[in-house]
Design a binder for this molecule. Structure first.
Ligand SMILES: C[S@@+](CC[C@H](N)C(=O)[O-])C[C@H]1O[C@@H](n2cnc3c(N)ncnc32)[C@H](O)[C@@H]1O
Length: 505
């Protein structure tokens, strides 16, 4: 592999998040613990359920009003998986059984026979009933179905053809053996041609962490390191929609979707460097809290499989307390003008709720804006970033070649000690964010109240207690430190937008 941004390898579905989950409400520090109104939240390009889960368990225990959660993604596989995992949470009464089933269907390539039985017993009849109804009536088009479970409900709108496709997510994939499923997955996760990419990642892990990483790439089971594996023989039907395709990139990793600090702080017993074991116990705890919270909370889940552009036809204006659009605000996805255009009118006005916020993420903005000159400036021996980096990675000797692992690690780590505010300011100007905000009636929030602007920057200074640990942990994650969040609220009116459209017509 050469320098610069690596090439992707494998199918490009985002069935697992690639940035850590966060609570999109933070009710206590925004509306306040005693908030006494209903809430409506939108995950507009949801990806997996991680932010939904973090948000529900982040609600203060005193909150007892109605919570409406709309979850949308244009990718059918993502919607189908989210729907199935939520239905398991709402229908399987035994909490431990539900937690284990959700955890493995979400993350393990092979699952237990008992997990497939849960799909067959609890989920299949729900989908079969709708498909049968449509077959009998010959109905074609969008069809919405609402299920009620105690004080919760789940409403899903899908096209007729998608309803029949759902059945293939709960049945064993026909003709797919355990062995073939393993081969199909490892053809991506252990591809010969990608050795350099894996080595580059291994170079940033501690020796014991490398063993856990290699095992997950090999067997794809999210389990503690020493846990018996013989029961995991059934190909997970929510991944293997095609018997010859593993649906994700080789770099997709369950660890990327969760806070590395919170995972590292979870005990994995004597195997203290078993990172996937830590994630397993962390998720067990999180899912248990989620299911417990669903016992008392009045929640309506609403799922769509739409392009974001269509959401304004399905959601009332001025109603949403929070909108999370993931990073579709990046220029390579939808970009900021369209994101603001579709989303801002749905947000509550400051008069209705001064804390109502649209949260956008930019994962590629810095990389796309950096020039060769910027990069060269940072790489000089006297630059601030080189001096800071030397404190974390003091040289152990002269590099043996330009492929010396020490040198590769040094270059990969540079992102963490460099600040990119000026680069992001340049990006804002290039894409005329201030003008777009005026046109679409939005305002960038000076002070963020949900998630920090640069959450994955190092917080400690070299030499402070815990600084080296923080640095080593950052280096072992897939994050670059260039991830930038931007929070928006509604301006009081969007008169300018209306004027622009009047002129246009
Ligand atoms: C922007 S992608 C990237 C992955 C993301 N960073 C994460 O952690 O999930 C997130 C999701 O957005 C969805 N998406 C992209 N463009 C969309 C659009 N115009 N409408 C609806 N969903 C969209 C993709 O299907 C994907 O599941």
């Amino acid at each position: 592999m050469g320098g610069g941004i690596g090439q992707h390898f494998g199918a490009q579905k985002y069935l697992w998040g690639n940035v850590p989950a966060f609570d999109i409400l933070r009710l206590e520090s925004n509306e306040g613990e005693g908030y006494s109104k209903d809430l409506h939240l939108l995950f507009a390009a949801s990806g997996d359920l991680r932010n939904v889960i973090k948000t529900v368990i982040g609600l203060p225990s005193t909150y007892n009003h109605h919570l409406n959660i709309t979850i949308n993604d244009r990718d059918f596989d993502i919607v189908a998986r989210n729907l199935i995992l939520l239905l398991i949470a709402l229908t399987v009464e035994q909490v431990d059984e539900a937690v284990d089933c959700i955890l493995h269907l979400w993350y393990s390539a092979l699952v237990r026979e008992s997990h497939i039985k849960i799909l067959q017993r609890h989920i299949r009849p729900l989908f079969a009933e709708v498909s049968e109804k449509m077959r009998l009536t010959g109905y074609r088009g969008f069809f919405g179905k609402k299920w009620r479970f105690r004080q919760c409900s789940l409403f899903v709108t899908l096209e007729t053809s998608s309803w029949s496709r759902l059945l293939s997510f709960v049945d064993k994939p026909v003709g797919l053996t355990t062995e073939h499923a393993r081969e199909v997955r490892t053809a991506t996760t252990l591809a010969e041609s990608r050795i350099d990419y894996r080595d580059r990642h291994l170079c940033c892990l501690s020796p014991v962490q490398r063993i856990a990483f290699a095992k997950f790439r090999q067997d794809g089971l999210l389990l503690p390191f020493g846990h018996p594996r013989h029961e995991f023989r059934e190909p997970n039907p929510t991944f293997f929609q095609n018997v010859d395709i593993w649906p994700m990139k080789d770099s997709a990793d369950p660890l990327e979707g969760w806070s590395s600090e919170e995972v590292a702080a979870t005990s994995s017993g004597a195997a203290s460097a078993d990172i996937y074991g830590k994630l397993f116990y962390y998720l067990q705890g999180l899912l248990r809290s989620f299911l417990n919270r669903l016992q008392s909370l009045e929640v309506s889940f609403e799922l769509f499989q739409l392009d974001v552009a269509q959401l304004p036809d399905h959601i009332e204006q001025d109603t949403l307390s929070r909108i999370d659009v993931s990073n579709i605000s990046d220029a390579g996805w939808l970009g900021i003008p369209h994101t603001l255009d579709y989303m801002v009118p749905l947000l509550q006005t400051p008069l209705q709720n001064p804390h109502a916020t649209l949260i956008t993420l930019f994962m590629n903005a810095v990389e796309e804006t950096l020039t060769d000159q910027d990069k060269m400036r940072d790489m000089t021996p006297n630059s601030t970033s080189t001096k800071r980096l030397l404190k974390y990675l003091p040289p152990k000797g002269r590099p043996t070649s330009r492929f010396d692992p020490e040198l590769i690690r040094f270059n990969l780590a540079r992102d963490y000690v460099t600040t990119y505010d000026h680069i992001f300011d340049r990006y804002l100007k290039t894409y005329m964010f201030t003008e777009a905000a005026d046109v679409f009636g939005a305002k960038m929030k000076e002070k963020h109240t949900i998630i920090e602007k640069w959450p994955y920057r190092l917080k400690l200074r070299p030499g402070q207690p815990g600084a080296q640990d923080e640095f080593d942990r950052r280096l072992s994650t897939g994050l670059s430190g260039k991830e930038r969040y931007l929070e928006w609220k509604r301006a009081h009116s969007h008169a300018l937008r209306d004027e622009v459209f009047d002129l246009g017509s």
